[in-house]
Write a protein that binds this ligand. Structure first.
Ligand code: ZN
Length: 406
């Protein structure tokens, strides 16, 4: 590599450091950026100038509360300059969102997914039509960096093939390719398991900010897990790791949708709560809302259904805490809703099944981003290319203007 190439590589890496800091930590003054990135004051001035000229950042004279001295201008990213389109495919709901730089949610729309609606191409059509229902309208394709998709199933990360999604009834569905073809945008479509994305979002903007060893447990009809080890996702050889819902816990138990007997998800998924409340296991999300509402109103059967599920959740979590030694367990999906009702039951069983040393350092909390954690994680993954090399967006505004006038 000659000197010119090397300095260009360094320049791009420095731009990336600035944009990543602003994206993850929010607006900063230039002097904060000097501290956060380790770059010199003059390098920050030049590079922020480039980002502003490219329309990716702005600088304003924000008043800084609670700090002595003259207020210094703050650099912030322009949310709409580069956006991700994120989709999530759950058993009962589909959602679409547009998320800009800095993690700014620019639009979200959600719809119920009819359980019978299984054909992947029909689901892809439903997802894409959600874009027309965004309050912000359909995003300009030129501003979209990539598409991220969260799905309740085993995903081969290389190409977005959904190998197996028992609760969606899918086997070997080339979801990434189907969606790319349907959108026709010629940008990357990144498909990941919903729990892997949930842990990422909670780590970046939710309950687990600043905590690098995290177990995220997501419950809906199915149950999945996402694990961060030393700040990095534990994906496994092909991206299939974390399927904690299919850990066998009862050899004489119920038949799971995956085909095995007695998986953990048959005891703690939405169907288990419904069954304990005396309802059919497949009664659906509205029936589950009714169970939570009844528990809040003091109904003892509903309360017992939630508490027993909390105990079963807690004992399994004990085994997982022994396995992964997380500092934090984040409960997502229905487990986040269950937590305020069953906090004590969950913790008592976790304590009973956890070895003293890992138990002493773990906390169990509900997801801060609620049911949207996987969707927001999908957006974060999709924005990664612009964070890694913001210069790829330089000149983009000029090209878009050119296209518009052509
Ligand atoms: Zn199973």
């Amino acid at each position: 590599m000659d000197l010119g190439q090397r300095s260009e590589t360094v320049r791009r890496a420095n731009l990336s450091a600035i944009v990543r800091t602003l994206h993850e930590e929010g607006p900063q003054s230039r002097s904060d950026l000097v501290t956060r990135t380790g770059l010199t004051r003059s390098a920050i001035r030049v590079l922020v100038g480039e980002l502003k000229a490219a329309g990716l950042a702005t600088e304003d004279r924000a008043v800084r509360h609670g700090r002595p001295g003259r207020p210094s201008p703050e650099v912030s990213l322009v949310a709409g300059a580069a956006v991700a389109v994120a989709f999530s495919i759950g058993v009962d709901t589909l959602a679409a969102a547009v998320v800009g730089m800095g993690g700014t949610l620019l639009g979200l729309s959600r719809t119920d997914r009819p359980r019978g609606h299984k054909v992947a191409s029909a689901v892809v059509d439903d997802l894409v039509s959600l874009l027309d229902h965004l309050p912000s309208g359909r995003p300009e394709p030129e501003t979209v960096v990539a598409v991220g998709v969260a799905v309740a199933g085993l995903v081969r990360s290389r190409d977005g093939l959904v190998e197996n999604a028992p609760n969606l009834g899918w086997t070997s569905v080339p979801l990434g390719a189907l969606l790319a073809a349907r959108l026709g945008w010629s940008i990357p479509v990144v498909v990941r398991n919903e729990s892997d994305l949930g842990v990422l979002a909670e780590h970046r903007r939710g309950a687990a900010v600043g905590i690098d060893d995290v177990l995220y447990v997501h419950g809906e009809v199915g149950v999945g897990g996402g694990v961060l080890v030393d700040g990095r996702p534990m994906a496994g050889a092909a991206g299939y790791a974390g399927e904690i819902g299919h850990v066998p816990v009862d050899a004489n138990g119920l038949l799971c949708r995956c085909g095995a007997i007695g998986c953990w998800e048959t005891q703690i998924g939405a169907g288990a709560i419904l069954a304990r409340a005396g309802l059919p296991r497949d009664a659906g999300p509205e029936a589950l809302d009714d169970v939570f509402a009844a528990a809040e109103a003091g109904d003892v059967v509903a309360q017992a259904a939630i508490e027993t599920t909390g105990r079963t959740l807690g004992s399994g979590l004990g085994g997982l805490v022994n396995t992964f030694n997380p500092r934090m367990v984040v409960l997502g999906g229905i487990f986040g809703r269950l937590h305020p009702h069953a906090q004590q039951a969950i913790w008592e069983e976790l304590e009973r099944h956890t070895l003293p040393a890992p138990r002493a350092m773990v906390r169990v909390v509900p997801a801060k981003l609620g049911v949207d954690a996987p969707l927001l994680g999908a957006a974060e993954v999709a924005l990664e290319s612009v964070l890694a090399d913001p210069a790829t967006r330089f000149g983009h505004r000029a090209r878009v203007a050119q296209l518009a006038s052509a």
